[in-house]
Design a protein around this ligand. Structure first.
Ligand SMILES: [Mn+2]
Length: 313
């Protein structure tokens, strides 16, 4: 049942009480609140296999997003600067944080900290009111605990995933929580009913076997065209590893893999998404590899275009 909002100003209340029956003035029903999009930094890179640095990303992406060098209008015509549209939840802090080790890998450590539980709980809190969330990594390992929380809220869930790599390794380098393995964990636990991967250009025998095992729809980069990408049904989650882009566009990643997507090609696919998305992440920005901060600007641009999708009614 719709709740009517009654507003009784102090002055009118005083007047009413002085002059007889109390008059309750019913305010005009406020307009439907716009969907707001939450932003959460998850500075975690302890499961990176090659080099660290992605934990430094969220603050730099946010800085570019809010830079005065550009406005917050999206290409689809949404102004993220409007009050209440963007809700910044800040960055997560991990109890296991320490400068030398960069946090625990996500499994329970001697100190009792479990970074995966921290991430899962923060994401669950962020989406508890039904509003979509864009998470800023961190490395790609964080998509697994994020999806644990998102899937609990959405009984059906599909994923559109941009990446140079399929991230389907069973146990990369002995770490089942590796940033090369999140989609193996997600699919083996049934956290998504369909996974579409775009930009892939690193398939080896093991990964091709995993693609078969889990029934993943892979659009390899050699076959890519924006209109060839099947957009999965809603509720849809979008995961963007910035190394899906060509290193010419996004040099600030740990694993340079030439022959990738242009920024425009990736956005063209995003613009084909019809319905609202329930969540998204942008991961693997590694500032230690960036040139003039250009990759942070790309990440900020993608936050804007994702927010336009997430904010649809
Ligand atoms: Mn990747």
């Amino acid at each position: 049942m719709r709740r009517r909002v009654a507003v009784l100003t102090a002055a009118r209340a005083a007047l009413s009480l002085a002059n007889g029956p109390c008059v309750v003035v019913t305010a005009k029903r406020p307009p439907m609140p716009q969907t707001s999009v939450s932003l959460l930094g998850i500075p975690h890179d302890a499961n990176s296999s090659f080099m660290r640095g992605a934990a430094e990303a969220p603050a730099l992406i946010r800085q570019e997003l809010l830079s005065e060098s550009r406005h917050l209008w999206t290409e689809a015509g949404r102004n993220l600067a409007e009050e209440g549209v963007l809700r910044d939840l800040g960055d997560l802090r991990f109890e296991s944080d320490d400068q030398e080790n960069g946090g625990s890998r996500g499994d329970v450590q001697d100190n009792g900290a479990d970074d995966w539980v921290v991430i899962e709980k923060a994401v669950a809190d962020a989406i508890a009111d039904g509003q979509p969330l864009i998470s800023l990594g961190g490395d790609h390992a964080i998509t697994h605990p994020i999806l644990r929380a998102v899937r609990r809220r959405h009984r059906k869930l599909t994923i559109l995933h941009f990446d140079a790599h399929p991230d389907l390794y069973e146990d990369f380098g002995g770490d089942p929580l590796s940033h090369a393995s999140p989609f193996a964990r997600i699919l083996e636990r049934g956290l998504a009913s369909r996974l579409v991967q775009v930009g892939i250009r690193t398939l080896n025998v093991e990964c091709r076997r995993q693609v078969e095992t889990y029934g993943v729809d892979v659009i390899e980069m050699r076959d890519f065209a924006p209109d060839r990408v099947p957009i999965p049904d809603a509720p849809l989650y979008i995961s963007i590893d910035l190394d899906g882009l060509d290193p010419a566009f996004a040099p600030g990643v740990s694993h340079h893999e030439p022959g990738g997507l242009s920024v425009r090609e990736l956005i063209s696919v995003l613009h084909r998404v019809q319905g609202p998305i329930v969540g998204a992440d942008i991961v693997e920005y590694n500032p230690t590899r960036d040139l003039n901060g250009v990759t942070a600007v790309v990440a900020a641009k993608l936050v804007k275009e994702l927010a336009a999708l997430a904010g649809r009614q």
